[in-house]
Write a new protein. Structure first.
Length: 286
């Protein structure tokens, strides 16, 4: 049933635009901040005390709805899981957001481009924004909005989806001083949670792009530190679409080249998602 729930969640996220304004994750941050103040800024106490009650509620509701009290072959728990997954997913309209940011760069509105980069992708960048910055943000967003959520939902159910989204939102929270240590700790946890999904996504780039070039790059992912995960994901993705990492990192390609890169990267992500869904179907069937 996990595959059906995932397919329905992706369909709802894609076609039901009205859910984007009401999908508010900021309460995670405000709730965790209050716990942090109560725990006198002790991140090792406040972070667990923030997410454990939330996960406990999700687990209890899921188990209760799946129990014998409810008739209908578990439909109540499946609907609950679908609602949780839709809530935890991020916006999948990546191409439109990247293009919006790039249009501001083309118009010379660098400040507006930086604001959009922060608003859409939680990326703070003070210098000039090259195409490589946009591509890195796009690949990282695809991982954190879609693939990591789907991975942890598949492994741990709705509890896994909520856990990942909770940690990811705290890791990018522009917080007051009371949350600095919590943000650092949640960032480290997010790196750990992203480690396996990022490498699986990079491997799917091999199958969806230039296999041998990407596979050589993918093999190097196991030799780098855990905090280099997103850089490695960018390298694999850019290799998959035939991009030149060295030149794109120090210069701005032509408008046509950048637009082509954005389109190709988006299609690569879509093909990779299809590969994930096929792999999940095979796992379930066999």
């Amino acid at each position: 049933m996990s595959l059906i729930i995932i397919l329905l969640a992706l369909l709802v996220e894609r076609v039901a635009g009205f859910i984007h304004p009401i999908r508010d994750h900021h309460w995670f941050e405000h709730y965790s901040q209050k716990i942090s103040v109560m725990m006198r800024k002790n991140a090792y106490l406040s972070l667990p005390l923030s997410f454990i009650p939330v996960l406990a509620v999700v687990l209890v509701v899921h188990v209760f709805l799946a129990g014998p009290t409810f008739i209908g072959f578990g439909w109540a728990s499946w609907i609950f899981d679908l609602i949780v997954l839709v809530y935890c997913l991020g916006k999948t309209h990546l191409k439109a957001q990247v293009r919006e940011c790039y249009e501001q760069i083309e118009l010379g509105n660098m400040e507006s481009a930086r604001a959009l980069l922060l608003e859409h992708f939680d990326v703070v960048h003070e210098g000039e924004i090259f195409a490589s910055i946009l591509m890195k943000a796009m690949y990282r967003a695809s991982l954190q909005r879609i693939f990591s959520i789907l991975f942890w939902f598949t492994v741990l159910g709705p509890v896994g989806a909520v856990l990942y989204r909770f940690m990811q939102k705290l890791s990018v929270y522009e917080s007051e001083e009371t949350m600095d240590k919590v943000k650092t700790l949640s960032s480290n946890v997010t790196f750990v949670l992203d480690w396996i999904p990022a490498r699986l996504l990079a491997l799917s780039f091999c199958l969806a792009g230039h296999f041998m070039d990407v596979f050589v790059e993918w093999q190097r992912t196991f030799k780098v530190g855990i905090k280099e995960t997103y850089q490695v994901l960018y390298h694999c993705g850019h290799k998959a679409i035939g991009g030149d990492i060295e030149s794109d990192s120090v210069s701005q390609p032509s408008h046509a080249a950048v637009v082509a890169q954005i389109d190709e990267a988006y299609h690569l992500i879509c093909r990779s998602l299809f590969i994930w869904l096929v792999a999940l179907a095979l796992v379930i069937l066999f």
